[in-house]
Design a binder for this molecule. Structure first.
Ligand code: PLP
Length: 386
């Protein structure tokens, strides 16, 4: 089995899994209980926050644990909207964000909020001047992701933060950091970012854990009401074992950041070299300013979904498609200006530092073998006659 779907989710690291089991077996007290078991758990969660916040260069009490990055993005965007709803707030985002951002804004738009969706160019970038011109007195929040989850396009978040604060120092900046956290060298310490969301299962932690950074003295209205966990922003019993596993995964990812980055860069370069040479397979986007952890390939005259299944059936190789949506609309690649044929002919390869160059070679060999067969049956949109 060869797993190349690491942008969707990852295997849990051995040490993270060990910690998950250790906590479930030994440290299962409720951090909100007054008894000693509760105090031990509470201290453990605080230590986890201290570890994670140290890698991000922020204070531990500026982190809030959630169940996922989807929940984090919702809490941030809806939380800001609710808090400022009487001030006619304006929001800015860009069209190729993850659905956990765009769909929240589409919902808010229907609710009557003023939202600007900035377009992106063929390389997935926004025009900074367009952003500058879109910011108004009422602009309360700008949401721009760090690294795009389908193509790997890296947004210049330092420059974007500077631009936002130059035009309106009261505008808050939200970055969905999921595909960069623990993979791309980055610190929040001197950034102009007010909110930064992350997810455990993208970096070999367990599923069901996420979180976000919220700068001091920034107010949001909670989405749920109940207990007073997580600074009264996120009621519900804290997921101690999941957070413990996530903390180990974070330590492992950040401690080997440069080494892992080099390793996946070699694998991605190999994949590009072997696959795109004269085979009518094209890179979506480019190499420069794109994450080495993500490779989006357009395979001419082959459906991405068909190739995906061919690879898993023939050699148990797992990749994903670029298209989340069948009809080719409302998709990241369509925001780049690519046509429907390209959207349907795309596969996404999610690379991990656990993958090897040999696996990359096998994947390319199999892609080339399969497309030879699949291209004999050209895709057609016509329905078969009965
Ligand atoms: N944001 C980005 C950029 C992502 O890639 C993902 C997951 O694919 C999410 C948010 C949502 O993360 P989660 O699965 O933790 O909700």
């Amino acid at each position: 089995m060869i797993y190349f779907d690491n942008c969707a989710t990852t295997k849990v690291s051995e040490n993270a899994l060990k910690e998950f089991n250790r906590i479930n077996e030994n440290l299962y007290g409720n951090p909100n209980s007054l008894n000693l078991m509760g105090v031990w758990s509470e201290n453990y969660v605080t230590d986890c926050k201290k570890t994670i916040s140290s890698f991000l260069g922020v204070n531990y009490d500026e982190l809030i644990f959630t169940s996922s990055a989807t929940e984090s993005n919702n809490m941030i965007i809806q939380g800001v909207a609710k808090f400022h709803k009487n001030k006619n707030p304006h929001f800015i985002t860009q069209k190729s964000e993850h659905p956990s951002v765009t769909e929240v804004y589409r919902f808010l738009e229907k609710e009557g909020f003023d939202i600007t969706f900035l377009p992106v160019n063929g390389l997935g970038q926004i025009d900074i001047n367009e952003l500058r011109n879109a910011i108004k007195k009422e602009t309360i929040l700008v949401s721009i992701m760090h690294i795009n989850n389908e193509t790997g396009a890296i947004f210049p978040i330092e420059e974007i933060g500077k631009t936002i604060k130059e035009v309106n120092k009261n505008t808050l900046f939200h970055v969905d950091g999921v595909q960069g956290f623990g993979k791309y060298k980055f610190s929040l310490k001197h950034s102009l970012i007010d909110f930064y969301s992350f997810s455990s299962h993208k970096i070999m932690g367990v599923k069901g854990v996420g979180g976000f950074y919220k700068g001091k003295n920034i107010n949001i209205t909670p989405l749920f009401y109940g207990g007073h966990q997580e600074n009264s922003l996120r009621p519900s019993t804290v997921n101690v074992s999941g957070i413990g596993a996530f903390t180990i995964a974070t330590k492992e990812a950040f401690s080997n950041l440069d080494e892992n980055y080099k390793k996946v860069t070699i694998i991605k370069d190999k994949l590009i070299e072997l696959c795109t040479d004269d085979n009518e397979i094209y890179l979506n986007g480019s190499v420069e300013n794109f994450s080495p952890f993500i490779l989006s390939l357009y395979v001419k005259d082959v459906r991405g979904e068909v190739l995906l299944h061919a690879l898993e059936l023939s050699k148990k190789i797992f990749v994903s498609t670029g298209t989340a949506c069948n009809n080719g609309n409302n998709n990241v690649l369509s925001t780049y200006g690519y046509d429907k044929e390209r959207l349907l002919g795309t596969i996404r390869i999610g690379i991990s530092y656990e993958n090897t160059v040999e696996e990359a070679q096998l994947l390319c060999e199999e892609i080339l073998a399969q497309i030879k067969i699949l291209r004999l049956v050209k895709p057609t949109n016509k329905k078969r006659k009965k």
